[in-house]
Ligand binder design. Structure first.
Ligand SMILES: Cc1cc2nc3c(=O)[nH]c(=O)nc-3n(C[C@H](O)[C@H](O)[C@H](O)COP(=O)(O)O)c2cc1C
Length: 326
């Protein structure tokens, strides 16, 4: 059975990518992920702020765009610096045969984009840009927020020739339009839907803000499943489904919705990296049961493209499931 896929020009032996996280922050870990069957890895992200710090060091300047974050960033950078990041790309490329995708977490188009070239030179097969925009600024319109995506992509594209995957959030009043416009730029080679944000909670005893949980649950799958199903046939660019993929069944659902690949993180934190083999086996078993020889035979089978009016489809489903619930 052939599980191979073509993800933005990269040949993957199967569609399961280990997403950017602490699971991919060392050469040793990446080597073990390859052994367990990962189709590709996205290395732990370097933050835009770290790249800015690196530049200011070399320019001998002390200015920093986010002074309040300086102390935290210094401590963070001591743990995982720009040079660690470059070494990780080089080391991982030398150690494994699967594609190695580097990752930068960014929020603005700034001087940091000059560093993109170094990522390509270090040998990364592609760059995933995690553009972490939270549209929380009362003085910014949606158009201004959305422009940031285009500005960053354009600046990075000028620097590199390797494929660029754009990891984004679902926060947009015109998400389908935004993704389609980004796809028309021809500067984005894949979309990663979606990033998982820090989930806030409140401790009612000491009034502090806490984390609602770092790891996702299977119930979190439906958000990306909806958007993959809505967009996969309409945009001509591969989609990596991310968030809530925990078992083989979830992989199959995302492929049926039209994803080209999936990314997994939380499930490996919960179940250990040997869980990759189980997910792959479940995917293969289902394909064998249904008589499929390769993924293209069923990918996109359940995308919403068959419905001329997806919003009407969603509305009817809402009425059906919620309207009659007593
Ligand atoms: C512990 C942890 C660390 C993460 N670090 C990063 C990171 O450095 N860069 C990034 O783009 N995403 C990061 N993520 C987000 C994951 O790549 C992924 O998008 C998210 O966890 C949703 O996938 P999941 O449901 O399979 O966990 C991290 C997630 C976790 C749980």
């Amino acid at each position: 059975m052939d599980l191979s896929v073509n993800y933005m020009g990269l040949k993957l032996k199967n569609p399961i990518i280990v997403g950017s996280s602490g699971l991919t922050n060392s050469v040793e870990k990446v080597r073990n992920l390859e052994k367990e069957g990962a189709g590709a890895v996205v290395l732990k992200s370097l933050f835009e702020e770290q790249l800015l710090m690196e530049q200011e060091k070399s320019n001998d300047q002390n200015e920093f765009d986010y002074p309040e974050a300086m102390d935290y960033m210094k401590a963070y950078a001591a743990e995982y610096s720009y040079s660690d990041f470059i070494q990780l790309i080089k080391g991982a490329k030398a150690a494994v045969n699967i594609p190695v995708i580097a990752s930068v977490n960014c929020v603005s188009m700034g001087k940091w984009t000059d560093f993109a070239k170094k990522i390509e030179e270090a040998g990364a097969d592609a760059l995933e840009l995690n553009i972490s925009l939270l549209p929380s600024d009362m003085y910014k319109t949606s158009a201004q927020n959305e422009k940031t995506y285009f500005d960053i992509i354009e600046a990075v594209r000028k620097q590199i020739n390797i494929p660029i995957a754009l990891k984004m959030s679902h926060y947009s009043a015109g998400l389908a339009h935004l993704i389609s416009q980004l796809s028309f730029t021809k500067m984005v080679d894949a979309f990663v839907l979606f990033n998982r944000y820090y989930a806030p909670d409140i401790n009612i005893e000491d009034y502090s803000i806490t984390s609602a949980g770092v790891l996702s649950h299977r119930e979190n799958l439906s958000d990306s499943l909806r958007w993959v199903a809505l967009l996969s046939e309409k945009i001509k660019i591969p989609i990596a489904a991310s968030t809530g993929v925990h078992e083989g069944e979830d992989v199959i659902k995302q492929l049926l919705a039209g994803a080209t690949v999936v990314q997994v993180v939380s499930t490996l934190y919960k179940n250990g990296i040997s869980h990759l083999a189980k997910i792959l086996q479940e995917t293969q078993d289902w394909m064998a049961k249904k008589g499929y020889q390769n993924i293209e035979e069923f990918r996109g089978e359940i995308s919403y493209d068959r419905f001329n009016e997806p919003e009407a489809f969603e509305r009817i489903q809402f009425m059906k499931y919620f309207g009659g619930f007593e």
